[in-house]
Each structure stands twice: as C-alpha cells, then as structure tokens.
Design a protein around this ligand. Structure first.
Ligand SMILES: Cc1cc2nc3c(=O)[nH]c(=O)nc-3n(C[C@H](O)[C@H](O)[C@H](O)COP(=O)(O)OP(=O)(O)OC[C@H]3O[C@@H](n4cnc5c(N)ncnc54)[C@H](O)[C@@H]3O)c2cc1C
Length: 402
C-alpha cells in the first residue's frame, strides 16, 4: 500500500491550492482527482481585492494574477442609472483556468493521481483511502476537498444541513456590442431596477478580450423567465433590465448561456479524527455574494500555514486536533460573514418590506453621492453626472422597485 502524510481528496480550487502549499512546504502529499485537466465549469469567474489579499498569504497569488484580466475601473448602475465610475480591482479568470493555473504550480514532490476516491476509512492514527483503480493509500491525514459531492461525507457519518436550497441562481455567458468594436466601459455592475425583478445584479467584466457576464438572480429553477433567458437571452435581459441598453448600447450574447443554482449548506458531525473538510466540502456560500473563492483561500491558508504543520509535529490525528481548525477564529469569523452576506444581499435585492426599501434607497443615495464626488474630484469624460437622477426620479424609482 502506498503511504504518505496527507491525502487530498479532490483537486478543485481548494484541493489544488492545498497541494501547492503542502508540497512547497515539504510534506509528503498525494492529491487525487478524476480529471488530469480541470474541465470548464460555471463557478467563480473573478477575484476581488479581498480575495487576492488572502491568496497572497498562500504564496500563490503572483502565479494566479499572471493568468487574470484586471478591469481597472467599473461602472455602477442602480435603478437603471449610471451612478458611479469607480476604480476596480476585479481580476477576471475562468474557473478551469484558475484551477489549472494552480495545478501547474504543484511541486513535483506532491503527487497527483487521476482517479476517483471510492471510500475513506478514518481513525485516530492511520487513514485509508481507496481508489476506483483498486489502489489503497495510507495517510496520517485526509483533507477532504471534494466540493459538492456529499456521498463520501455521508458514508463517514457526517450530515448535510441545508440552510437555503436554491439560494441564488447564476447565469454565465459572453456578450459583445453589435454596433461598436467595444463597450464604453471596462466593467460594469448593474443592480436591479425593481425588487420584483428578483435579481442581485448583472456583472460585466473582461476576461482576455471577451466581455463576460455573470447574472445573479433569486428565482425558482422552473421560472419561465430562465427558459426565456436560454432561448432569447437579449429579450430576457432587457425585460428584467429595461434601461440596460442605455449603458451597453445594442449587444448580443455569444455561445451558450450556462445557468446553475447554488444551495447554501453546512456539514455537521464533521469533527472526526483523521479527516478535515475545506471549501465547499465543509459549507457553501452564495455566488451572488461572491465569497466562495475567498472562503476556499481562507480555509486552505489557515489549514496549511497554521494547523497541519502543528498536527503533524506530534503523533496521532485525534479529534481535538481536527477541532482546532473548525474553531480557528479567523475561519469562524470568515464563514459567518459569508453566510450573513448571502442573506443580506438577498434581502437587499428582493425584500419589499419597509426597512429593506429604506436600505435600498439609502444605498442608492449614498452611492450616487460618492459617484458624484468622485467625478467632481477627477472628472472623467462622459462621467455619470449626465445620467444622475433628480430627487423626484429617485423617489419614483424606489416606489416602482417596491
Ligand atoms: C454557479 C456558481 C457560481 C459561483 N460564483 C462565484 C463567484 O462569483 N465568486 C466566488 O467567490 N465564488 C463563487 N462560487 C463559489 C466557488 O466557485 C466555490 O466555493 C469553489 O469553487 C469551491 O471550490 P472547491 O475546491 O471546494 O470545490 P470544487 O472546485 O468543486 O472541487 C471539488 C473537486 O473534487 C473532485 N471530486 C469530487 N468527488 C471526488 C472523488 N470521489 N474523488 C476524487 N475527487 C473528487 C471534483 O472532481 C473537483 O475537482 C460559485 C459557485 C457556483 C456553483
């Protein structure tokens, strides 16, 4: 039987980053994933400044940033009005490129096996992982980074607790202008015109020379509007955002519209000897809140920089060691904020009660003021001032949005 210090089950974002860090730090590590090359997958497609900051702590930010497209400036539109043109630090990158870029950084001493893990057997000292190739691997620790695949966790007696099924739905597609070579903006976040539209925002951002679109909505997967989005994307987008065309000009979508729901869940009965869960394997976050990749980076950074080196310095892999990771104050705080942000954004987008209407209005006014001040400080040709709504327009928009 092959023997190692650590087996990583799953080579997505979390598993690949963990293999990079543990291999670099001299641990004996084996990462197991069915795909030699991570396939195209609708997931996180951009990193923000906060996420990149955490990635820097892992040491692998420079390699990732060489593969991203920096937007530099983003327009912000609310209630159908352009209210700000702000500096932006978004880094666009397709998910498969992100994972494969990290995989290319895995040092040779970390072994990658392209197979499926069939089962994991854990104990306080020695763990065993069986592969679909018939091979068994013995290890001191199993890092479970197998994402949304819950079967193996259930087999270990863990439990998936659903917090908010189909919390949000993400649509990903490319768009291009019809009557010009390029859009007038480098990136744009377009917030809903009305709460009844049940959307969080449309984010347009560059990846290479392509303008990528991520549309985040709060709808049922059977909603006929989603069907329309697949069949007549431009008409469906303009139905939900009638003023979008004022900022984009005429446009078309290119290629397939990928649509995917995301559940919010957390794993319970997870504090077990010999195995630790990271990324989506432990809990998911809302794509609209844009916190999933940050949560993965935070988990892996804490686990590989702090906990694993301590755990392996003494014999055994008791439950008390594993518990230290789940109780890590940085992890606990980060996970709690991801969850809070998921609910906050949903309420801010769709809740029609008075307190949330008031918050929407406050945010709109505050953002408009910031945008106007920014333009006064550094006027940009064609800035948002020409589009700024009057006080009466604002009141009308808010009445309409409710
Ligand atoms: C539609 C959508 C949009 C999103 N958008 C954003 C966003 O805009 N911003 C953001 O920050 N986050 C976003 N997220 C969240 C973010 O993408 C995820 O949190 C992150 O990708 C999770 O990474 P992971 O490594 O935990 O899981 P994954 O990347 O799914 O990796 C799991 C790996 O485990 C492997 N695996 C599974 N079973 C086995 C097995 N039996 N044996 C071996 N390997 C196995 C899989 O092949 C896969 O490689 C989005 C998520 C979704 C679903």
């Amino acid at each position: 039987m092959r023997s190692t210090d650590i087996v990583i089950v799953g080579g997505g974002l979390a598993g690949s980053l963990a293999a990079c860090m543990l291999g670099r730090d001299g641990f004996d590590v084996v990462m197991v994933d069915p795909h030699a090359v991570y396939p195209p997958d609708l997931r996180c497609e951009k990193l923000d400044g906060g996420q990149v900051k955490i990635l820097h702590k892992t040491g692998f930010a420079p390699s990732v940033l060489r593969a991203t497209t920096h937007d530099g400036e983003a327009w912000v539109a609310r209630f159908g009005h352009l209210i700000d043109k702000k500096p932006s630090d978004q880094q666009g990158i397709m998910y498969d490129t992100l994972v494969n870029t990290l995989r290319a950084e895995i040092p040779p001493r970390a072994e990658c096996i392209f197979a499926k893990v069939n089962a994991v057997y854990t104990s306080r000292y020695r763990q065993r992982v069986t592969l679909n190739t018939g091979e068994d691997i013995a290890a001191r620790l199993v890092v479970m980074a197998n994402g949304l695949n819950t079967g193996m966790r259930l087999a270990l007696g863990m439990k998936r607790e659903d917090l908010s099924p189909c919390h949000s739905i993400t649509a990903g597609f490319d768009i291009k202008p019809l009557d010009r070579a390029a859009f007038d903006f480098k990136a744009m976040t377009y917030y809903p015109e009305r709460a009844t539209d049940r959307m969080a925002y449309l984010s347009l951002f560059p990846i290479g020379s392509t303008m990528r679109a991520n549309l985040m909505v709060y709808r049922d997967m059977n909603d006929p509007w989603l069907r329309k989005l697949r069949l007549e994307p431009v008409a469906a987008l303009l139905e939900a955002m009638p003023n979008l065309g004022k900022l984009t000009g005429a446009f078309e979508t290119v290629g397939t519209i990928k649509i995917r729901p995301a559940d919010l869940y957390v794993t319970k009965r997870h504090q077990q000897p010999g195995v630790v869960l990271v990324g989506d394997a432990f809990s998911t976050s809302c794509p609209a809140a844009g916190t999933g990749a940050g949560k993965v980076f935070n988990d892996v950074e804490r686990l590989c920089n702090i906990h694993i080196p301590r755990w392996l310095s003494t014999p055994g892999m008791h439950e008390d060691k594993i518990t230290q990771f789940y109780a890590d104050p940085v992890k606990v705080a980060f996970d709690a904020e991801c969850l809070a942000k998921a609910y906050r954004l949903r309420s801010l987008s769709v809740d029609r009660s008075m307190p949330w209407q008031a918050r929407r209005l406050t945010k709109f006014v505050a953002r408009s003021c910031v945008g106007a001040l920014r333009q006064m400080a550094a006027p940009v040709a064609g800035g948002p001032s020409g589009h700024e709504p009057s006080a009466e327009q604002v009141r009308a928009e808010v009445r309409r949005s409710a």
